[in-house]
Design a protein around this ligand. Structure first.
Ligand SMILES: *Cc1c(COP(=O)(O)O)cnc(C)c1O
Length: 222
């Protein structure tokens, strides 16, 4: 098994190569290191590799690692990549820098209220249910424009991108291409798409953020 520093080296090289093949400028893709379920030791190892951009999918678990670490490393950027309950919006606004999983009106309203209260302006991405899966969170592709208007005009949120988690059984490229099209149509610059198994494809289709866990840290135990 390879070590975390070796994995970072490998993934960074693969990202660079994918950017080159896509004709994208070097460094246009941001690596979001997904640390959910990882030990504190593994997180420290990632920080030692110079990594400063991280993703977590649960508010409480994120607090347990990152509240302290963010004080020691002021240049850390933390993305929420999991579903957010409205009753946790306050805690999420206090800890995270970017909410990638804005997926409904009520959450937009609540996040807006909390950001005003705390004087913090987080960037948000809209999670799009590109596969229109009934059990999956996200705005339906045809509703993105309307929801964007609500989130920005009515709630005053800063929306800078879109994110998606393609259905397991589909070729991911279809979903990445759709997300890219929606971002262009709505003039949004960030595209969070691609995980360990498919990030090269995502970069080929214009990802600005790839969310990688397993390929950096090994298989998750939980
Ligand atoms: C866990 C997770 C990832 C990382 O997945 P890997 O396959 O381990 O790279 C990316 N995005 C989201 C939303 C996740 O929950």
């Amino acid at each position: 098994m390879s070590t975390i520093p070796e994995n970072f080296e490998t993934i960074r090289a693969q990202i660079k190569k994918a950017e080159r093949m896509a004709g994208a400028g070097e460094g246009t893709t941001n690596l979001v290191a997904v640390t959910k379920t990882q030990s504190h030791e593994n997180i420290l190892a990632a920080l030692s590799c110079g990594q400063r951009l991280f993703g977590e999918n649960k508010v409480q678990e994120a607090q347990s690692h990152w509240q302290d670490l963010k004080m020691h490393y002021p240049d850390i950027t933390l993305h929420l990549i999991g579903p957010l309950q409205t009753n946790k919006a306050g805690e999420a606004v206090a800890l995270f820098d970017v909410i990638e999983t804005l997926d409904r009106d009520k959450l937009a309203t609540e996040l807006s209220k909390e950001m005003k209260k705390q004087g913090r302006g987080l960037e948000c991405y809209i999670q799009v249910n590109t596969g229109q899966e009934p059990q999956k969170a996200g705005i339906a592709p045809q509703d993105v424009g309307k929801f964007l208007t609500y989130a920005t005009q009515d709630c005053g949120l800063t929306i800078t991108g879109l994110m998606c988690i393609p259905p397991l059984e589909d070729p991911p490229a279809l979903h990445f291409a759709l997300l890219k099209k929606l971002a262009q149509a709505n003039h949004l610059k960030n595209l969070s798409m691609g995980m360990s198994a498919d990030f090269k494809k995502a970069i080929a289709l214009g990802a600005t953020h790839v969310r990688i866990g397993t390929a950096l840290f090994g298989k998750r135990s939980a």
